[in-house]
Design a protein around this ligand. Structure first.
Ligand code: SAH
Length: 221
């Protein structure tokens, strides 16, 4: 099967999976997922499945990306905070749906690879940061829209603090032992409304940065 028809089949699967947002479907049709997966998985890029990327991480499943972004209720005037850039696939979809994306990734090498894809694809409304997403992006607060691409064992208070009143955060919550759920948090005048959107399976939102590489082989003083 040629890639174009694989892509059309994926878009049909997303529709069957309950994705009705036409701008979102158009963005997912535009973004070349095959450019975000390792060469070895290129022929599977349009399957509705998560696939391995480097550093033991995965590119998210298209239907899950679509469900989370549909729940985020975006428009082209807003800025979005994304935690867990990974391959940059979801970041790229977001960049078609909002004014600017602020995205944080804890693995510098993954971030560099994602940045070179954004550059090659000519997207200029993405701002990246190598850092710990548990801390959010304080200099850019408040955010009306936050999406987290890794599962937190509890909702990070730094992120809810950075949410504007009326703002929405979509975040998988749970750990490897418990079932994870996609949670929609809406900040109200008096607090937070929390909705359960459904089950999911994500890699964990890991606190802190990875260890710096060892200095094996270097001469000691
Ligand atoms: N949406 C991405 C998903 C990548 S998997 C894609 O489709 O490619 C989740 C990503 O979250 C991984 O790249 C992982 O390194 C990152 N991550 C985990 N904990 C993090 C944290 N505390 N801060 C920033 N990124 C984190």
């Amino acid at each position: 099967m040629i890639p174009a028809s694989k892509k059309i089949r994926l878009i049909l699967e997303l529709r069957q999976g309950g994705i009705m947002d036409t701008a979102l479907l158009a963005a997912m049709e535009t973004v070349p997922r095959d450019q975000f997966v390792p060469d070895a998985f290129r022929d599977r890029a349009y399957e509705d499945t998560a696939l391995p990327i480097s550093h033991g991480q995965t590119i998210s499943q298209p239907l899950i990306v679509a469900k989370m972004l549909q729940a985020l209720e975006l428009n082209d005037r807003v800025k979005v905070l994304e935690i867990g850039t990974g391959s940059g696939y979801q970041t790229m979809i977001l960049s078609h749906l909002c004014r600017r994306v602020y995205t944080i990734e804890r693995h510098r090498e993954l971030l560099r690879e994602a940045e070179s894809r954004f550059e090659a694809m000519g997207r200029h409304n993405i701002t990246t940061r190598a850092g710990d997403g548990w801390l959010g992006w304080p200099e850019q607060t408040p955010f009306t829209h936050i999406v987290v691409s890794a599962a937190a064992d509890e909702i990070p208070t730094a992120l809810t603090d950075q949410l504007a009143v009326g703002g929405v955060m979509i975040i998988p919550v749970g750990d490897e032992r418990r079932e994870q759920r996609i949670i929609k948090v809406l900040r109200t005048e008096d607090g937070f409304d929390v909705d359960d959107i459904g089950p999911v399976r994500f890699l964990p939102l890991v606190a802190g940065m990875p260890e710096a590489p060892g200095r094996i082989g270097q001469a000691r003083a």
